[in-house]
Design a protein around this ligand. Structure first.
Ligand SMILES: NC(=O)c1ccc[n+]([C@@H]2O[C@H](COP(=O)([O-])OP(=O)(O)OC[C@H]3O[C@@H](n4cnc5c(N)ncnc54)[C@H](OP(=O)(O)O)[C@@H]3O)[C@@H](O)[C@H]2O)c1
Length: 281
């Protein structure tokens, strides 16, 4: 099966291509150099000529706070860009995996969100990712929508890398403790996506590493495993204002993976241990 992966220069796209290659599956990873996903003709031309059986769409506008200042660009990439990919998939009869986010939910309460729970994004980024989901559903029948959260991977910047940098410079650091969710290691998620794409078990999924934590607990574990003495001060979101409002409850229910007989990802603490080794080596 020939597979096209967008966003190859980002965290997730990089690992998806790595896993596909390790499984000897024919694939190509594309970035901006190959085509800009907002250019309809370029997308159609490339995909019509490559003729993949599936597209794993990892490219996106991911700068959550900046999106509040650049709503047009964010919409262009996450909605229009996704529409272009979906239309090209339809033209060559390819399946599509669209990567979405916990930010499609409002994050009230403390129950884990089921895949069919009511959405209610709080900011520009979440709204555009939800619109991207709806666009995929409208255009295609053969789609997977996979909502993930708190992503970390070797190829890009993320919370762990930021904590390691700040931990070196400071003896203590304040991190929010009232936003709860699950970290997602791209090396683990990539394996699931590569399993998924070989099937026809289409639909909406939630996929993150197992277990829940707050950002502050996440930071503490990063420092503990890295033998840093940095103290984490637990603070409330209200004490750390950001441009966009972030959901307090990002818990995603992953039972849908069990129902479809896909293997769940390892616990986030186990994933973190492996990631720290990966970036060390
Ligand atoms: N990061 C998170 O915490 C998080 C959480 C939940 C869901 N997600 C979703 O997970 C997916 C993967 O995220 P990630 O962390 O791997 O993202 P990432 O590291 O920011 O990578 C995204 C990639 O998309 C590319 N891209 C952006 N605009 C493009 C355009 N117009 N044409 C072609 N390529 C373009 C970027 O290229 P440039 O580098 O050239 O800009 C970048 O390489 C995304 O769908 C994201 O919405 C992420």
């Amino acid at each position: 099966m020939r597979i096209l992966v967008t966003g190859v220069n980002g965290q997730l796209g990089y690992d998806v291509v790595k896993v596909l290659k390790s499984r000897n599956i024919e694939c190509t990873g594309v970035g901006r150099r190959e085509f800009d996903i907002t250019k309809e003709n370029d997308v159609m031309e490339y995909i019509s000529s490559y003729k993949p059986k599936a597209v794993i769409h990892c490219a996106a506008y991911t700068a959550v706070d900046k999106a509040e200042d650049e709503p047009g660009l964010c919409h262009m990439v996450n909605v229009y860009g996704t529409e272009n990919i979906a239309k090209a998939c339809e033209a060559v009869d390819a399946k599509m995996i669209y990567i979405s986010t916990d930010y499609v939910f409002s994050g009230t309460g403390n129950k884990a969100y089921d895949v069919n729970d009511e959405t209610g994004p709080l900011g520009v980024y979440g709204k555009t990712k939800l619109e991207g989901e709806n666009t995929v559903k409208k255009i295609l029948d053969k789609y997977f929508i996979v909502r993930i959260s708190w992503v970390f991977g070797k190829n890009g910047n993320n919370f762990i890398k930021t904590m390691l940098r700040l931990g070196k410079e400071r003896s203590e650091i304040s991190v929010v403790c009232d936003q709860v969710g699950s970290p997602t290691y791209t090396a683990d998620l990539a394996k699931l996506l590569c399993d998924m794409v070989m099937t026809d078990k289409y639909g909406i999924y939630h996929a993150t590493n197992e277990g829940f934590c707050s950002w502050a607990e996440f930071a503490e574990e990063i420092f503990r495993l890295s033998n840093y003495k940095t103290k984490v001060n637990f603070i409330k979101t209200t004490e750390y204002p950001t441009k966009t409002v972030r959901p307090l409850n990002s818990r995603l229910n992953k039972e849908i993976l069990d129902e479809a007989k896909f293997q769940r990802l390892a616990h986030w603490k186990d994933a973190l241990k492996r990631f720290l080794k990966e970036i060390d080596g």
